[in-house]
Design a protein around this ligand. Structure first.
Ligand SMILES: Nc1nc2c(ncn2[C@@H]2O[C@H](COP(=O)(O)OP(=O)(O)OP(=O)(O)O)[C@@H](O)[C@H]2O)c(=O)[nH]1
Ligand SMILES: [Mg+2]
Length: 162
């Protein structure tokens, strides 16, 4: 399966790929420039993952990487409430691109090890996930640090592979 991982800077995209790829979580991750590509084997499934940079100057590239993917993973720092407006704007902007119609979306509320993180219910409201049409949408709360819910995330991704 081919997957694009997008979301604002410092939400934990590279951490996600590192943790599912090699089990390695770190406090110090270098901000991604442009993108990283990584192949990750999980049992019978090989994931080809495009980990795209989240800083503002790279966001116009997201669409290109999401094109033709089996799934888009949009990662949010669920403890950074001040960024929800920007995350919502960028997510809906991306999904409004005609070329991305139908591509399944997985929204991850990362960093749920931090107190006062937003719940799935909060994220559905803040990111207006109930307004998204023309594609399957799922949202989970998770943590790359504690690995909470990584099992269901991998199951979701596996179900979208062929
Ligand atoms: N507490 C906590 N920190 C996390 C978690 N996941 C990632 N981080 C930290 O968040 C920071 C940013 O992580 P990255 O994985 O580099 O974020 P990114 O989304 O790839 O950022 P860009 O490449 O700039 O778009 C790092 O200091 C990570 O250690 C988590 O689940 N919990
Ligand atoms: Mg990164």
């Amino acid at each position: 399966a081919e997957i694009a991982v997008v979301g604002l800077q410092a939400s934990g995209k590279t951490s996600f790929v590192n943790v599912i790829g090699s089990g390695q979580w770190s406090e110090d991750v270098v901000p991604t420039v442009a993108f990283n590509y990584r192949k990750v084997r999980k049992g019978a499934v090989t994931f080809k993952i495009w980990d795209v940079a989240g800083q503002p100057k790279f966001r116009s590239m997201w669409e290109r990487y999401c094109h033709g993917m089996d799934a888009i993973v949009f990662i949010v720092d669920s403890a950074d409430h001040d960024k929800f407006d920007t995350a919502r704007f960028e997510l809906h902007q991306l999904l409004s691109q005609p070329g991305l119609t139908g591509v399944p979306l997985l929204v991850l509320g990362n960093k749920n090890d931090i107190p006062d993180h937003a719940s799935v219910k909060d994220l559905i409201r803040e990111l207006e996930l109930d307004k998204i049409q023309n594609r399957p949408v799922s949202c989970y709360s998770c943590s790359m640090k504690s690995r909470h819910n990584l099992d269901i995330v991998l199951r979701w991704l596996t179900e979208r592979s062929h």
